[in-house]
Design a protein around this ligand. Sequence first.
Ligand code: ATP
Ligand code: MG
Length: 910
Amino acid sequence: MIRGRQAEHVAVQRLLTSARGGHSGALVVRGEAGIGKTELLRHARETASGFRVVNTVGVESEIGFAFAGLHQLCAPLLDRLPALPEPQRTALAVAFGQRTGEAPDPFLVGVATLGLLAEAAEDEPLLCLVDDAHWLDLVSAQVFAFVARRVQAERLVLVFGLRDQVPASEAAKVFAGLPELRLAGLADADARALLASAVRTPLDDRVRERILAEARGNPLALLELSRQAAPAGLAGGFGTPDALSVPGRIEESFQRRAAGLPAPTQTLMLVAAADPVGDAALLWRAAEHLGIDAEAIAPAEATGLLEVGARVRFSHPLVRSAVYRAAGPAERRRAHAALAEATSEKADPDRRAWHRAQAVLGTDETVALELERSAGRARARGGLGAAAAFLERATALTPGPADRAHRALAAAQAKHEAGASDAAFDLLSIAVAGPLDALHRARAERLRAQIEFARTRSSDVPGMLLHAAKTLAPLDPAQSRDTYLQAIEAAIHAGPLGHGRGVVEVAEAASDAPPPVGPPSPADLLLDGLVTRFTCGYEASVPGLRRALHAYRENLGTDDTSRRGLWGACRAAYMLWDDQTLYELTTRYIRLARDAGALTTLATALNFHSTILVQIGDLAQAAGLVADVTAILESTGAPPLPYDIVRRAWVGRRAEALEQFEVMVQEATRRGEGTVITLANSSMSVLYNGLGDYRAALKAASVPCDYDELTHSSAALPELIEAAVRAGEPARAEATLERLSSRARASGTPLALGIEARSRALTTTGPAAEDLYREAIDQLSRSRYATFLGRAHLVYGEWLRREGRRQDAREQLRTAHEMLSGMGVEAFAERAARELRATGEQPRKRAAQPADALTPQELRIARLVAGGATSKEVAAQLFLSPRTIDAHLRNIFGKLGIASRRELRTVRLP
Ligand SMILES: Nc1ncnc2c1ncn2[C@@H]1O[C@H](COP(=O)(O)OP(=O)(O)OP(=O)(O)O)[C@@H](O)[C@H]1O
Ligand SMILES: [Mg+2]
């Protein structure tokens, strides 16, 4: 009979009720061992009438088996697999070992799982119970946490049981930030009632108080400790009240009960405890190897500590750990050896290898080799965490120092890729301590730099990468060049916060890179172009970089070659004012990341693309992408990237932009991302030019221009010129114009030439300026950046008004105002409105649109649907379920006053 827990039951009921009403929710039930988590999950299952229930349980030592926990939960739902879109279907099949294929990204598996659960919830609401989540294999935990963060409207409830442990397991950390229910001890009255119902014989008052005090409301402690309620029994275990935690005390009590059993019984219990699966047939085979009769288990069953049917079930997980921990190392090895013998090498090579590994004292090359093979299989399924665990154990078992070092390096690489940088770092130290050949030593060095970048973004990283690249040059030229490119990228990232002369110094060193082997890849061309950019200057680098960008555009594959260096290529296109290429490359960057389910890369790519949409004048769509980025980062549990500065600056609301600026600079300084500081300042120069605060604009624009960074100086040079002219610093404007002009001519794109003409017009006095303004408008109308065109009309109109040509001025200013306000570029639009009023004309107010009421995410969905996408397609794009999309659509229809998808196409969406 359950005591207390009324509030907890209400919380669970609320979730279930809301799911019946079409919503979804997740809850992490936390607390110490024995506090009642499993009991609460059971309560959820029993009261979930009308729900279909699926469940899974993490098992200690299951950590090495990729997707084991997830597979268990999904197995009964796999008949829904055909309903999923193709890349998701394959991802799940590969993860579950049903098909071979490229190892799927965990997040793609996450999206697929969400889809699968949502499909199942179409018929009836679905309750997913995941107990002992702290013991899940890492990648299963990641997938569950992802799903828990993305559910919205699919009638899904996820409840996790998670034991608080110190230190927390990797799997447990993944659940941080989800809605939580922390279980405390039972209230005194409930504890007394539980104790009373557990003990049939009357209890001595002193003993009762003692038990209550020791148990601190932990139900399992109350039940277990009262078994030894006789005062004599208490003396031993209770002599030192504070020596053990409550779970420790319970475990000790279990150990004491098991210790009284016959020796063969204890051995069988140990074997059962050492097998995570609980397969009874396996237990009997292992018993045979040990020469123990199956009957020997009977006394253990009689105590109620375990139960053997088709499965072996311990009465509580703590019994299992108590038994396992009580055994000596030699006994444990014997148990694992028997289990290894009893496990089929053909059917289950990984478990066999794992047990053999636990059975080894010292080192054993054969076993290490088996583990290495298991690691390969885990990796092929996308279980990097599991692969790393196998390799780590293989390292420890390897007798030869050279082999050990190589395995440690492979283990470190896998840990790093699985996101466990601290563990990777430790393994790397083992690798470099051993004898490594020159090539592997160089790879280790490169890995150290990459881990360091992931861990701290230290400004030492470019130098470390350079060193590795140099060592790699004679050994593996292709990897060397790749590493040089990474070094330059890291230096661009560090920007003004980098060491010494920053990227220039790195580029100088990179000019020693070996020539490409065979025909140069896009990344090869990019490396050479970037080296030229920072050693010989902008103009000299244009032909080479243009060749590189051309190669990227031609090379549209999804393979590693077309992916490598894409970030740098986008930046180069930015620098060249090549808006068309930039648009294409960032679009592709997004697609590649999306198809691979690589969410962190996707967030970067979406961010990049959103800044381009802003300049194109599609601020609404840009806001939608920013909303996606936020959602993605939430789904991974990562802290939000406060990088929405470009859009805010162009919108032109001072307070909003400033707030973002401060957060961004602070965060970037802490993380050593100097490039973000130049980006932030370049954006602020736009903001201030829009607001007409030219002194402030001048100051902000100087930061990226003085540092002369790859991209942001291209954006900031024209801002600086406009600000300097208006702030009455013509000399400064002149000097900057020269710099801009020579670059723009080298680039030669309509965008570059338009910007140049506009800047020259601003610095020109007298009638000569007019041709330049006209040329600017002409060139810019051939570029994608409508915001720039709008601003060209604005400055031309301002000039005309000052020339006293009121009618001509009005025409330009009207165009500027209409364009800019239509795009939502508010500050510049207001600047145009002010000028227009000064000519005596009232600017036309932009009529409010029904679509204004939509949130950025709703707008994004509305646009996709209006473009003909199905809910399923939109769901896959936004990492949500189709039902959630439908729920959003209902809101959208309500706000727009329409009733169908067809009508949506007739609505004017910004
Ligand atoms: N509120 C309660 N009233 C009565 N008995 C309870 C209550 N909560 C739990 N119990 C009993 O206490 C024991 C321990 O509870 P449970 O197994 O749920 O703990 P747990 O938190 O899941 O522990 P672990 O972290 O080890 O899995 C079980 O036998 C359970 O039936
Ligand atoms: Mg439990």
